[in-house]
Design a protein around this ligand. Structure first.
Ligand SMILES: [Zn+2]
Length: 246
């Protein structure tokens, strides 16, 4: 993808955010008007079932040995899943606001205590296609809310990976191992890091990022995601084919 196409995608995303910011509050799941600043309308709220504080949050699809505490807002389903799909594949970067609030709420509820917030990076080609990294937009909200440092470019993808959602679970870890690198190790050394993504399925991507962060000297890594999906392949299949790549 050329630089000009990337620029067009980024400008289009900014325009979407500006337009949505000026429109009246709407439900993140279905765009129904919301009288107040609530994330979901009454109907969608019924299908959004957040994890209770202290409840186990690791989905059955999560591989053993992903190695770090995981905090999630809710299981992937209902309005939460719909809002994430719209945010990620529907050209709706403006949904980072309401979804970021949900993630921050989960972080606070779990007593997350970190020094630095880092998003799971997109490969530059994917970033150019989408115009924004959904994890980075969420991470900005979390860092702001927790009043800690935000390092959106601390991690980078050194190679594109095959579509995780289409791979068997045992292949996923292998697929992403070594796919990430820490750009500036001095930024993460001795820091407690919150690693942000939208959805965790097997946790393979998170584990690969964690390995890079710990290898660069981070003190600890806590995973912070909007939703845990038990079966990423099934849940995400309804999105457009090009969108499977994250
Ligand atoms: Zn709704």
């Amino acid at each position: 993808m050329s630089l000009s196409r990337a620029l067009v995608a980024a400008v289009r995303s900014l325009a979407v955010v500006a337009a949505r910011t000026l429109s009246p509050p709407a439900c993140a799941g279905c765009d129904a008007p919301n009288a107040d600043a609530a994330v979901f309308c009454a109907d969608c709220l019924q299908t959004s079932v957040p994890y209770a504080e202290g409840a186990p949050r690791v989905g059955a699809g999560m591989s053993a040995g992903t190695g770090a505490p995981l905090v999630a807002f809710a299981p992937f389903g209902g309005a939460v899943a719909e809002a994430i799909r719209r945010f990620k594949y529907g050209d709706r970067p403006d949904l980072a606001g309401p979804l970021g609030r949900l993630l921050l709420c989960a972080a606070r509820g779990a007593g997350v205590c970190v020094d630095l917030v880092i998003p799971v990076p997109l490969h530059p080609r994917r970033l150019a296609e989408r115009g924004y990294n959904q994890a980075a937009l969420l991470a900005a909200h979390v860092a702001d809310g927790l009043a800690v440092s935000f390092a959106p470019r601390a991690l980078c993808r050194v190679r594109a990976t095959a579509q995780q959602a289409h791979l068997p679970r045992d292949v996923r870890l292998q697929n992403v191992a070594g796919a990430f690198r820490v750009r500036a190790p001095e930024r993460v050394q001795r820091r407690r890091v919150a690693l942000i993504d939208d959805v965790a399925t097997t946790g393979a991507t998170l584990a690969a990022c964690r390995a890079a962060l710990l290898g660069a000297g981070a003190a600890s890594v806590t995973y912070l995601v909007l939703a845990t999906a038990e079966s990423g392949a099934d849940e995400l299949r309804s999105s457009p084919p090009s969108a499977h790549r994250t």
